[in-house]
Every structure is written in structure tokens, then in C-alpha cells.
Design a protein around this ligand. Structure first.
Ligand SMILES: [Zn+2]
Length: 430
């Protein structure tokens, strides 16, 4: 073998047997050499060997003197074999990195399965959290409020009068909860939070649904509605645009799409002054699909997403106030469905961030209500909102007031009020 290798030639015999000198069977090694040397073979004219030659020859230079390092010619300059290479059989153990490097797969590599292409949205090595299992919340699970207090090592509460609609006040170190028996309306430091389930009374205790404990009580118990400490990269999404104008104000026929854009531009300036990298899904009047808005967030590397909208209940002119939405946690029913078939068992990518989205929504909603003096319509959940549920980051949607309510529409028509709405969100993200 030494002699032949020094002469630069190793005989390979076609068929299932690879015979080297003195009957030594080295087929696995030869297969590996074949793979490694394939580019050399191609460039050294091996491809000119006729496929029907009984005994083909593969050239190897100075195999014993020093390790052979195949040098790949630049992409696009390699010659492609005219016909099948006369190798013994398909090589089943081809190192995968070589496969995509070849501009055209040589015929002998055809047996190699295609290299799986990672999915653009959720690559396997992504730091994203796992989605909740679909059957995780199929059962009904309730927790004693006193047991919940005990897990946090807070003293238990005395519940005396426990009738329907009784309000239960709970002081914990990070704030005050007011729960209302038989109602999803709860209050955190006086601000309305729509729970997933109505708390129930039992003897000397209150039962809260485990999902409300996990998604609402626990996040606020840990740190209140704490300030954002993650990366300061945000996507602001002025609702609607182009041929989709959104709601129409009963004051001056102003359109939601123009008002939300103005609000977003004001907010962008304030956030940039606070050191945020701000990306707007649109900076003028054009239509963008909800899926495109989600893709835009993905490509912007946004850590946060906020969609800005204005409400309407036209022809009803009574409704007024601000409401803030996050994606409905799996297992809960939504507070708004707009005739969407609301499937509580189905998890969405944004459910990975339920707790952060909720805490942030509470913080921003409080700032909005406090600064604007608008009616508090609460922090709520909706599942139909495509622009939220596919987001891979904490995400929320603000409905900043009703354009169908004359008094509120008049306020929103004022640039000073829109500046106030922008300042409220900026302050919550300080
Ligand atoms: Zn809207």
C-alpha cells in the first residue's frame, strides 16, 4: 500500500467489495476517504473515468507523508461529473456538512436524505419557552385564597360575610387586591382587572381558579407591575392604515388609522429620548396585514410589542374609556371575541409571555388611566387578535378611547390629549 500510495494511486474495485493489498478489507475507511476526497477527485480529472470501467482509480497524494487536507475549490468553479461516478455503492454515512457545500450533488450522494431546513420562526435552538401543553388546563382547578397566602408566607385572611357580590379585600406586600365573589371583575390597587373566572365562596375561605392565581395573582404578588428591565427594543404598531381606516370619529370624521399613527409618532419620540430603539410597523398611511406586522416584529428583534387602537361602539354613543388587551391565557375564555370561535384549549406562541404581558399591561393601563382621566375599562384578554397571539415577545394592545363617544372623541381630536396618551405609555416604560 505504501508503494502505491507513494505513487499516488490506490486501486479500488467496483462492486460491493473493496480490495486493497493482501486481502485487507478497509471498506469503511475507503468510504470515508471517498467522501473526503470527492472534491479532489472531481478537480483532478477523476470524473473523466468512464463509468463502465471495471477497475476505477482514485488519486491520493502523499497519504502517508502528511495528512491530506482536501481543498475545496471556490463555490461555482467546481466541475460537475458528466455521469455517475464509478464508486462502489451509495455512501450511507456522508458527513452532512459536505452535502450543502456542493453546488450539485454528485450522483453517488443521491441516497443522502435532504438536509432539514430550520423553520424561520421557531428554530430548534431558539431560547423561546415551550408552549403550554394543549391538555394542561383541561380540568377545573381551584385554589384556596388562604392556601395561596400561606405559600407566600403571608398571614391568612378572615372571610366573614361571603355572599354573592361580596367584595374581598386582600392586602399583600406589593399591593391590594379586591376580588368580587361571583364576578370576574377584580381590582388591583383600585384598577380594574378582568379575571378568567369568578371567585367562589366556601366556608371561611375564597376559591380562586388556579389559572387566575398563575396568570394574575402570582405575577403581581412577585413584584407588582414592575418596570421593564429587558432589552429596550420595541415595535409600536399604529392600528389599521391604507384601505383599512378603522373606526371613524363622530367628531370631524377623523379616522382611527390617522389618529393612531399620530399617537405612535408622538410615543416614538418620547421613547427614543428614554433610550429605546423604536420601530414602527408603518410611518405613513399604508395597509399592512396583521401577519406582516408580526413578521416585522420578528425581523426588528423587538423585545416588546404594543399595538395602538381607538375604539368604537357606533351607533351606541355611551361607551367610553380605555381598555388594554393581552392574549388570553390557555384555558380561559376571552373577554372579547368579536364572533371569533374562541377555543380556550388552544395555546398560541404569545402565551409563552402571559405573565410579562399582563404585568406590563397593568403598568401601562394604570399610567394611561391616571394621566388621561379616562374611564377604566380594565386589563382584558382576547384571543382573536392575530397581531398579538403570534408574537414571540410580551405584547399588548391598547384601545385608547371611543371615537363613537362625543366627549371622548372630542378629547382624542386634540393633539394635546394624544400627546398625553403617548406620555402615559412612555412613563410606564421609563
Ligand atoms: Zn382598531
Amino acid at each position: 500500500m505504501d508503494n502505491l500510495q507513494r505513487r499516488g494511486r490506490i486501486p479500488l474495485e467496483r462492486g460491493s467489495e473493496l480490495r486493497l493489498f493482501q486481502g485487507v478489507l478497509l471498506r469503511p475507511l475507503a468510504c470515508l476517504q471517498v467522501v473526503l476526497l470527492l472534491p479532489l477527485l472531481i478537480s483532478s480529472g477523476c470524473q473523466s473515468q468512464r463509468p463502465d470501467t471495471k477497475s476505477s482509480r482514485i488519486t491520493q497524494t502523499q497519504a502517508n507523508e502528511q495528512p491530506v487536507t482536501p481543498v475545496l475549490p471556490p463555490l461555482g468553479t467546481r466541475t460537475v461529473p458528466a455521469g455517475p461516478l464509478p464508486l462502489p455503492e451509495p455512501v450511507p454515512t456522508v458527513p452532512m456538512p459536505l452535502v450543502p457545500a456542493l453546488p450539485v450533488a454528485p450522483p453517488t450522494l443521491e441516497a443522502v436524505p435532504p438536509v432539514p431546513v430550520p423553520r424561520a420562526s421557531f428554530p430548534a435552538d431558539s431560547p423561546l419557552r415551550p408552549l403550554p401543553k394543549q391538555d394542561r388546563f383541561s380540568g377545573d382547578s381551584w385554589q384556596s385564597l388562604n392556601r395561596w397566602l400561606a405559600t407566600h408566607q403571608w398571614p391568612s385572611a378572615q372571610f366573614s360575610v361571603l355572599a354573592q357580590n361580596t367584595r374581598v379585600n386582600l392586602k399583600i406586600p406589593t399591593g391590594d387586591w379586591t376580588l368580587q365573589l361571583g364576578s370576574q371583575r377584580a381590582f388591583w390597587n383600585g384598577m380594574l382587572i378582568q379575571l378568567g373566572f369568578e371567585p367562589r365562596a366556601i366556608v371561611h375561605d375564597v376559591l380562586v381558579h388556579s389559572l387566575d392565581v398563575e396568570k394574575h395573582l402570582d405575577p403581581l404578588a412577585a413584584a407588582g407591575a414592575a418596570a421593564w428591565t429587558g432589552p429596550r427594543i420595541i415595535v409600536l404598531d399604529p392600528g389599521h392604515g391604507g384601505a383599512q381606516p378603522g373606526s371613524r370619529s363622530i367628531i370631524g370624521n377623523q379616522l382611527e388609522k390617522d389618529l393612531t399613527l399620530d399617537w405612535a409618532l408622538r410615543l416614538r419620540a418620547l421613547l427614543q429620548a428614554q433610550g429605546w430603539e423604536v420601530h414602527l410597523t408603518r410611518t405613513n398611511d399604508f395597509y399592512m396585514s396583521l401577519a406582516e406586522r408580526v413578521d416585522f416584529s420578528e425581523h426588528s428583534g423587538a423585545a416588546l410589542f404594543i399595538s395602538l387602537h381607538l375604539n368604537s361602539s357606533f351607533p351606541n354613543q355611551e361607551a367610553q374609556g380605555i381598555e388594554t388587551y393581552t392574549t388570553t391565557p390557555q384555558g380561559m375564555n376571552s373577554h372579547l371575541t368579536r364572533e371569533y370561535a374562541d377555543d380556550p384549549t388552544r395555546p398560541y406562541p404569545n402565551n409563552r409571555y402571559d405573565e410579562e404581558s399582563f404585568s406590563l399591561a397593568v403598568r401601562i393601563h394604570r399610567s394611561l388611566i391616571t394621566r388621561s382621566g379616562a374611564t377604566d375599562r380594565g386589563v382584558r384578554h382576547a384571543r382573536f387578535m392575530d397581531v398579538l397571539r403570534w408574537q414571540n415577545r410580551p405584547a399588548l394592545l391598547v384601545e385608547g378611547g371611543f371615537l363613537s363617544n362625543p366627549a371622548e372623541a372630542l378629547k382624542i381630536a386634540s393633539p394635546a390629549y394624544r400627546q398625553k396618551l403617548a406620555a402615559a405609555i412612555a412613563e410606564a416604560l421609563r
